[in-house]
Design a protein around this ligand. Structure first.
Ligand code: SAJ
Length: 441
């Protein structure tokens, strides 16, 4: 099918769409396109997830405004259904690939899921179809990994028998639909014509700019934008560590630094979690591994941020004079405030460190079922409350009650959520990340 025919099928919504991978990225994009009149089939390897979706229910927990209703609507309307069977993609005109692309312990991208998805797709790919990789990949992956697999497995030639592009996702738990609709997107095309076709497609759901690029540019933009954030957070964390050493309050320092134009200092914190920020810098850095490019800033920033849970562990050990016999309540297990997403959570790292000491740990998180419950109840007989995630409800904990039930009234605030003066006035020992400016006893 010539690419012009695809354009017409996009415009009249007769193009059949497929989405491989029905997670935080694939499911919302499948739902949005089906809500715009496309017939969409979603493929996932998890049968229970497929079954739940086909009942019109969202497998994604946490606050996602409008999402559960959208899934219910598009499934009920019949414009979207899920399956585990790749054969259902054999008549797809456009296939979006949204599978996970984790990095391994050596920070090298693992492409098992991606390779498997592309190979399975290749076994059924229709001639003339457009394949779009939305997963975040190491720059160079489209040309060096995806393209060869499809051409080898299908015998087809890119830009002649099928079209290939990438449109890196820009989702965020808690704002899945908002980001997909309101955030600009970069579309990388194998040819400019393919990129322009992708603009036609994405402009149907994206209300912001959809910018054309080539494959490598789109890959670098995505990994660089998240690397930028990781480096900025690392800067804030390193200033916090300096403030702790110098008897200063990083939160006051930050407030004043930000008054200087163009100094948008980000928030120091208990660490950097999630599926994007801890991973994407390594994807960018790995793209030039062995090329002689001296990549130094990116790994250093990662080391600073991934070291924050251990820093907190050391502060706690010092303040409590060891962990023996201690009981510690961790507030927040999700990596992000007001989300249930615990992937690469700093809290998980801190819990692992404390578990090795023999102290007993209680975890609270309002968005994660197994950790939900009453904070004050969970704080009973605890020697420390460690605030790791800035869930909104933690700003209104009944601190008087908390003090009454704790064995030792010690709070570590890793996210600057609590009012310092109020907490100290109540008689707590308060330690705030990045603040040794007094009044912390
Ligand atoms: N964090 C800090 N200090 C900050 C900001 C974040 O310690 O100033 C921590 C958070 O607590 C969290 C981690 O970093 O543990 C990541 O937070 P995030 O706000 O970056 O949220 P993410 O991981 O969902 O990032 C996503 C990214 N979006 C995409 O990859 C499409 C990121 O590029 C966005 O900037 C972010 O959402 C957003 O703010 O929308």
């Amino acid at each position: 099918m010539p690419i012009t025919a695809l354009r017409e099928k996009i415009e009249n919504r007769s193009a059949k769409l497929a989405v491989i991978g029905l997670g935080y990225v694939g499911l919302p994009v499948a739902a949005l396109f089906s809500n715009k009149g496309f017939q969409v089939v979603g493929v996932d390897v998890k049968q229970d997830r497929v079954d739940l979706i086909n009942k019109g229910r969202s497998p994604i927990e946490g606050k996602e405004p409008g999402f559960a209703e959208l899934i219910s609507d598009v499934v009920e309307s019949g414009t979207f259904h899920a399956t585990t069977d790749y054969q259902e993609l054999s008549d797809a005109d456009i296939v979006l690939i949204d599978v996970e692309t984790p990095v391994n312990a050596d920070h090298v991208p693992e492409y098992q899921a991606l390779r498997s998805a592309v190979k399975s797709l290749s076994s059924v790919l229709k001639k003339g179809a457009l394949v779009i990789v939305e997963s975040t990949v190491m720059p160079g992956t489209i040309r060096n990994v995806i393209l060869p697999i499809i051409e080898k497995e299908t015998g087809m030639v890119c830009n002649k028998d099928f079209y290939l592009g990438n449109c890196p996702e820009r989702v965020m738990p808690g704002k899945l639909l908002h980001n997909l609709r309101k955030m600009s997107r970069v579309v990388g095309g194998g040819t400019q014509e393919t990129a322009v076709l992708m603009v036609d497609l994405y402009s149907i759901v994206v209300e912001a700019d959809v910018d054309t690029a080539d494959w490598i540019t789109a890959e670098i933009v995505k990994t660089a934008e998240n690397t930028y954030r990781d480096v900025q957070i690392a800067f804030a964390n390193e200033v916090a560590l300096i403030c702790e050493a110098l008897g200063a309050d990083v939160w006051r320092v930050r407030e004043l630094v930000r008054k200087s134009p163009g100094r948008e200092m980000l928030l120091p914190g208990a660490g950097v979690g999630g599926h994007c920020i801890p991973k994407d810098p390594w994807l960018l850095a790995s793209s030039v591994r062995g090329s002689g490019v001296p990549v130094r800033l990116i790994p250093s920033a990662r080391e600073i941020n991934s070291g924050m849970p251990e820093h907190i562990f050391n502060v706690l050990e010092n303040r409590m004079e060891g962990f023996d016999g201690k009981r510690i309540l961790i507030l927040g297990y999700a990596y992000l405030n007001n989300s249930d997403d615990a992937r690469n959570s700093p809290s998980e790292e801190l819990v692992k460190l404390i578990n090795d000491t023999g102290a007993s740990i209680v975890i609270h998180d309002p968005y994660i079922k197994k950790y939900a419950g009453d904070v004050v109840e969970k704080a009973k007989d605890c020697d420390a409350v460690v605030l790791m995630t800035a869930h909104s409800e933690y700003a209104s904990i009944d601190l008087k009650q908390l003090k009454r039930v704790m064995r030792t009234p010690f709070i570590f605030d890793g996210r600057n959520v609590l009012d310092k003066a109020f907490v100290i006035d109540l008689g707590f020992e308060l330690v705030r990340l990045g603040d040794t400016s007094g009044g912390n006893e």
